[in-house]
Design a protein around this ligand. Structure first.
Ligand code: F6P
Length: 364
């Protein structure tokens, strides 16, 4: 097998806390353990197509492990296999994957590390099938990737959402209000479920368990009768009323998944006020869940993933993704990670734990 002397790294898709810690770990391990050269493509796969990159040495990654964002930039719109550009005011699209591969070859990049979620790892898989030697690192606040116990960034998002619930609690209690916190997570309810349990929510709504307004109102009234004149609801952006549909905020045409969810919190608040006459307020946490410093858990898992990705490259485990299984970091085929979205099990232990503590999922 050809010796690996130069590694390219990129961060694709929506950013999340811990990206810089992975970039740092990849660069350090590649240089310190293997004497390898590292370059970082800018703005995800776009940088590969447009040959835009920066050298990564120990100085470039010094002091970034605790920082938010990505020093490389990211994009959740630029798929080289369906690459969009504006020509004379019109959007044109073409397959630029060969150009991206030619750029890799001209730069002498022997292997690529793709730090990304579902969309970026789908693209990575296409490149792998075209012969690019690459390894994936599972990123997303949504925690919806199969074949890994956890994606980095998720726990920081839960931390942010949980802290928001703590803050909402005190003001909810002062004003005897219903407070709704809308969190991200796309089609999976991981953030809502974890933050809801941690932050002491009274109602947790997730896409995996369709809700019924009547049950939510019952829960609020029940608490009222117990002299608890406030209620806290955490709702995942993808939560669905029974027999209804997700609330779509907008469509982003050039994205792997063009649907952007959002708005269910406000819709629900209006319905609760209309029926119960209890004052209801909404906080949409939005991109605060993606920005800022990673918590120590994510700094550590990101470092482990980054180092493991370099080892996987050196061991020739191409087409794989590093993954956490129990206490261990392993490698799994990328196809295993992207074959479906990892969703909350409505019958699982975590949902059971919440139910046992009296938390309502709005379904009974
Ligand atoms: O996948 C991460 C995520 O933050 C989702 O939770 C959310 O639905 C989406 O990305 C938002 O995307 P954008 O950054 O394009 O608004």
């Amino acid at each position: 097998m050809k010796e690996i002397k130069k590694i390219g790294v990129l961060t694709g898709g929506g950013d999340c806390p811990g990206l810089n810690a992975v970039i740092r770990a990849v660069t350090k391990a590649a240089i310190i353990e293997y004497g390898c050269e590292v370059i970082g493509f800018q703005d995800g796969f776009k940088g590969m197509v447009e040959n835009s990159y920066m050298p990564l040495d120990l100085k470039a990654v010094s002091g970034i492990g605790h920082t938010g964002g990505t020093i490389l930039g990211s994009s959740n719109r630029d798929d080289p296999f369906n690459f969009h550009r504006i020509v004379n005011g019109q959007t044109e699209s073409s397959d630029e994957s060969d150009r991206a591969i030619a750029n890799l070859n001209n730069l002498g990049v022997d292997a690529l590390i793709v730090i990304g979620g579902d969309g970026s790892l789908h693209i990575a898989d296409h490149f792998y099938r075209k012969g690019v030697k690459l390894v994936g690192v599972p990123k997303t606040i949504d925690n919806d990737l199969m074949a890994t116990d956890v994606t980095f960034g998720f726990n920081t998002a839960v931390n942010t959402a949980s802290e928001a619930l703590d803050r909402l609690h005190t003001t909810a209690e002062s004003h005897h209000r219903v407070m709704i916190l809308e969190v991200m997570g796309r089609y999976a309810g991981w953030i809502s479920l974890h933050a809801g349990i941690s932050g002491g929510a009274d109602v947790i709504l997730i896409p995996e368990i369709p809700f019924n307004l009547e049950y939510i109102i019952n829960k609020i009234h029940q608490r009222y009768e117990q002299n608890k004149k406030f209620s806290i609801i955490v709702v995942a952006e993808g939560a669905i009323p029974a027999g209804g549909e997700m609330v779509v905020q907008k469509l982003v045409p050039n994205s792997h998944d063009p649907v952007r969810l959002g708005g269910v919190g406000n819709k629900l608040a209006q319905e609760i006020e209309d029926i119960s006459a209890i004052e209801t307020r909404v906080t949409v946490l939005g991109h605060l869940q993606r920005g800022g410093m990673p918590i120590p858990y994510d700094r550590i898992i990101s470092s482990r993933y980054g180092v493991a990705a370099v080892h996987a490259v050196m061991d020739g485990k191409f087409g794989s993704m590093v993954s956490l299984r129990g206490a261990n970091i392993e490698t799994v085929p990328i196809v295993e990670a992207i074959k479906d979205l990892k969703k909350v099990d409505p019958e699982g232990e975590l949902v059971g734990t919440a139910r046992a503590m009296g938390i309502s999922f709005g379904d009974r």
